[in-house]
Design a protein around this ligand. Sequence first.
Ligand code: HEM
Length: 170
Amino acid sequence: MTRTPPTVRKALLTLHLVTSLGWLGADLVLLALGVAVLRGTDADVVYPVAALIGTTLFAPLAVAVWVVGVASALLSPWKLFRYRWVLVKLLITTVMVGLVLFLLTPNLRAAGDLGATLPARDRADLVIAPAVSTSLMIIATVLSTYKPWGRMRPAGPAARRGRPAVAGRA
Ligand code: HEM
């Protein structure tokens, strides 16, 4: 099988880090805005900003993280279904992308439109959702650096010759 040139690998990894950790940063901003409203900051000011960040930054980054993450896996010796840590990240990210696109983004849009008239339960949701997704992204980051649990199936002799280094640098 042809190996991906190191320059392409490095460019992809850079893109993966910028998109995924940028996504985490945008999530923390949404969390801060959600908490600010619960602490009394004017919802008519904060929710339109949260809606803007959600639709122009958070949702597009969710799709970018998924696409670049999958490309990083497929074009590296890690592959997509070879190591448990990669598969778990794929599952976590896929679920999150679905929730962001079909639940959180519509809720943020509604909050932007309703402002101070948004019901209290929905205000709490705009704190809980970013808190949960931030936690999942931190788990994904820890999985990326520690790379736990090993391979799904034992490597054959050919795969052993080309396997990623033990320290985690593929
Ligand atoms: C579709 C979902 C994802 C897949 C398939 C995936 C896959 C991968 C792969 C294969 C690598 C190693 C790349 C290489 O060495 O060339 C990697 C690195 C990394 N990923 Fe992901 N990833 C995904 C989502 C995420 C998310 C959501 C985050 C964090 C918010 C994240 C954070 C990182 C970090 C920090 C590294 C660098 C680890 C290192 O170089 O030691 N990834 N990812």
